[in-house]
Design a protein around this ligand. Structure first.
Ligand code: FPP
Length: 255
């Protein structure tokens, strides 16, 4: 299989210099299993989301100590609008509450918080909270926390292609940059190093398809409300024990 030296280089750059956030690995998490966690306890699905929001706080706090520089959380996919309106409304309220409640802590902990995804369908109150949280935390250097809301990777690719239409030559870097722009990520494009999915399913569900080209995948049966900092540490530990070759042959085996 062919590969590009480009991905190797990018990973090398992030490993050697830059801010603490740039030096750490990029972990993306599909936080699945809230509904089943609640149902198993005879409670409404929304109780699972409320418990899930508490876990988000703990995981964000634990991330820098695990060597994570960028953490991208899948909070709401473009397809999630099809859920019952009560559940959607609860989730939007939870996101807003999280942003309002966590902004000061992010500033104190040197965390830059940004929401990625479409913004044209986000309720006004949440949109204002997003703008305030992003503005207040924009100098964070220790961790780039990105929360994906109304996110779809295919949709991002489609909008990036539209943006680049008419350009004479288009490089991978151009596509990566355009994808950041359409989803309101103002930092540099970064590949995902480790993708974690909780809740027992083993699929990507339209999350960061471009950025996950060489991501290590880690699936756990643990449902998101039960996921702990120790579980995160274990996933990162396993990641470091894997050999990443980006399609190449290891030195020792070459020739
Ligand atoms: C998937 O579980 C989870 C979601 C669609 C919502 C994720 C939201 C949170 C973790 C809480 C709030 C987040 C933030 C950033 C404050 P599911 O409902 O599909 O679970 P199921 O597969 O068991 O039904």
């Amino acid at each position: 299989m062919s590969h590009s030296s480009h991905s190797v280089k990018r990973s090398h750059v992030h490993a050697t210099h830059g801010t603490a956030a740039e030096k750490g690995i990029h972990v993306a998490i599909i936080m699945d299993g809230n509904g089943r966690w609640a149902t198993a306890r005879g409670r409404p699905r929304t109780a699972g989301h409320i418990a899930g929001a508490r876990v988000v706080r703990k995981i964000v706090e634990a991330a820098p100590d695990c060597g994570i520089g960028m953490l991208t959380l899948y909070a709401f996919s473009a397809d999630n609008w099809a859920r019952p309106s009560r559940e959607v409304a609860l989730l939007m309220r939870l996101f807003r509450r999280y942003l309002v409640a966590e902004t000061d802590r992010c500033v104190t902990n040197d965390v830059r918080m940004r929401i990625i995804g479409r913004r044209d369908r986000i309720p006004g109150e949440l949109l204002r909270a997003i703008q305030a949280a992003e503005e207040a935390t924009k100098y964070g250097k220790k961790l780039d926390l990105r929360i994906a809301v109304d996110y779809s990777a295919r949709d991002a690719v489609t909008r990036a292609v539209k943006k680049l239409r008419g350009h004479e030559s288009v490089t991978r870097e151009d596509v990566a940059r355009a994808m950041c722009d359409v989803d309101h990520w103002t930092g540099d494009p970064r590949d995902v190093d480790l993708l974690i999915r909780t809740g027992g399913e083993q699929r990507l569900s339209d999350f960061l398809l471009w950025e996950c080209a060489y991501a290590e995948l880690y699936f756990t049966d643990r449902r998101w409300p039960d996921f702990s900092p120790a579980d995160l540490e274990q996933a990162v530990h396993q990641f470091h024990s894997r050999e990443r070759r980006f399609g190449a042959v290891p030195e020792a085996a070459a020739g």
